[in-house]
Every structure is written in structure tokens, then in C-alpha cells.
Design a protein around this ligand. Structure first.
Ligand code: GRF
Length: 239
């Protein structure tokens, strides 16, 4: 067996993808160990799944942080190494029709949350960070502090559609709404855009005429659980 890579995971909810990765690690079908699982949401099932597998867990409560930022952000609340102009020039998350103030608020409030994530994550010796149903976008502030080796991507995401079709938060809903006859999921690296980074792997499934959105989600998740461990192994093989 090859050397095992150390993987960190971020989740927001039920964590069935996380479970598939935990299982693949435990039964040695991939050369990986999970170091920690972090969530932006307290009390979610995915945290329980990690704890059951004796994996360190933590929460950075994004909703609470954003609520408190809405009352006002002081210069001292921001990470010491945060440079708004720099992050603004790199970011591709917020569309051009947003006001300067909206963009600044978005980037500042997310950097405050991301610094809290980084303070925990960077204490681990991590090879790869997987986003397993993590429903927050990551800004260049966070990405640049994880991707420190030039040209090497270290953050993976699973998206519930066949990218580049249907980026955004509701891949299966958009696939269903468009009337597609094929759906799928994509594992890709994270770059500065939303669901735009290099594709690592994809799996497709057929959609029957009488399939409901629920059927599509069920078919999709089964594919996700196969695809994510496979893509982590691909990363481990190239490591
Ligand atoms: C998955 O469909 C994933 O693609 C999407 O959110 C869902 C999370 O499911 N981003 P789970 O938390 O892994 O069960």
C-alpha cells in the first residue's frame, strides 16, 4: 500500500459523503486518513458521524459570525494579514453588479470566519482538504493560505451536477428544472471562482421521464459516494 495521505474535511449537514470517505479509509480501499471534520453549522449529523469514527471535530458558526458582522466590522475584527484590495482583485465570487460596500462586507465577514477555520486547520499536518457538502464559498483569503505550494491545488469539492453545467447551490434542482435526461456529479479542485476549478472526476446517471427531483437526488448521491473516494485516491496516487 502507498503512503496514506492526511485529509481534513469540511461539512455543513448530513455528511453522507463524509461517511463514504470515512468508510473507504477504514476499509483501506483508499490510501487516506481523516484528520478532522469541521462544520459551519453546529449540531449537524455529519459531526456525529465523525465523532463516532473518533475523528476530531470543530464548528465555526458562520451564521453567528455574519450576524455579528452585520452590526459593524471594526478594523481590529479583521485578520491581521487581511488586505481588502488584494482579495478584491483576486475574487471571482461576487458579480460585478454588487456595490463596492456589498463586496467589501462579503469579503471581510468571510475572512473573519475563514481565519477561525485556518487557526484550527493549520495546526494539523494536512495534505488535502475535502469539502463534503460544505455550503459556504471560500474566498482567496482562505484558499491562498491552504494552497501554499505554487501550482498545487489542495482543496477538493463535490458538486451535484455535471460541471460546467449548473454551478451554484442547487445542482440537482437545476438539472431537474431544465428537464435534462442525464444528471451527474463532479469532483473538482477549488479555485477563486464558484465551481470553476479543474475537474478531477465525474459520474453520470440517466433520468427517466417520470423521475422526481427526489429520485434525481437519490441517484446522484449514490454516484457521489463512489466518486469522492475514487478522486481522493487519484490525488493520493499522484502525491
Ligand atoms: C451533496 O449532494 C453535495 O454534492 C452537495 O450537498 C450534498 C451534501 O450531502 N454539495 P451530504 O451532506 O454529503 O449528505
Amino acid at each position: 500500500m502507498a503512503k496514506k495521505i492526511s485529509v481534513g474535511a469540511l461539512i455543513s449537514g448530513g455528511g453522507t459523503n463524509l461517511q463514504a470517505i470515512i468508510d473507504a479509509c477504514l476499509n483501506n480501499s483508499i490510501d487516506a486518513n481523516i484528520l478532522f471534520t469541521g462544520s459551519d453549522n453546529p449540531g449537524v449529523k455529519g459531526l456525529e458521524r465523525a465523532q463516532k469514527a473518533n475523528i476530531d471535530t470543530f464548528v465555526v458558526d458562520y451564521s453567528q459570525i455574519i450576524r455579528s458582522c452585520k452590526k459593524g466590522i471594526k478594523e481590529t475584527d479583521l485578520p491581521k494579514d487581511f488586505n481588502l484590495e488584494e482579495i478584491q482583485s483576486k475574487q471571482q465570487l461576487v458579480a460585478g453588479d454588487a456595490s463596492k460596500e456589498q463586496i467589501a462586507f462579503f469579503l471581510k465577514s468571510r475572512a473573519i470566519a475563514e481565519r477561525k477555520l485556518l487557526d484550527i486547520i493549520l495546526a494539523y499536518d494536512m495534505d488535502l482538504l475535502v469539502l463534503a457538502g460544505f455550503m459556504r464559498v471560500l474566498t482567496p483569503y482562505f484558499i491562498d493560505r491552504i494552497n501554499t505550494d505554487p501550482g498545487m491545488y489542495k482543496i477538493m469539492n463535490i458538486h451535484p451536477a455535471l460541471l460546467p453545467s449548473f454551478p451554484g447551490t442547487d445542482g440537482y434542482g437545476d438539472t431537474f428544472g431544465y428537464g435534462c435526461k442525464v444528471g451527474g456529479c463532479t469532483v473538482h479542485f477549488i479555485d477563486y471562482g464558484e465551481d470553476t476549478g479543474p475537474i478531477i472526476g465525474q459520474k453520470a446517471f440517466e433520468i427517466e421521464d417520470d423521475d422526481t427531483l427526489d429520485d434525481i437526488k437519490k441517484k446522484g448521491l449514490v454516484k457521489e459516494w463512489e466518486l469522492y473516494p475514487h478522486c481522493i485516491q487519484k490525488f493520493a496516487d499522484s502525491f
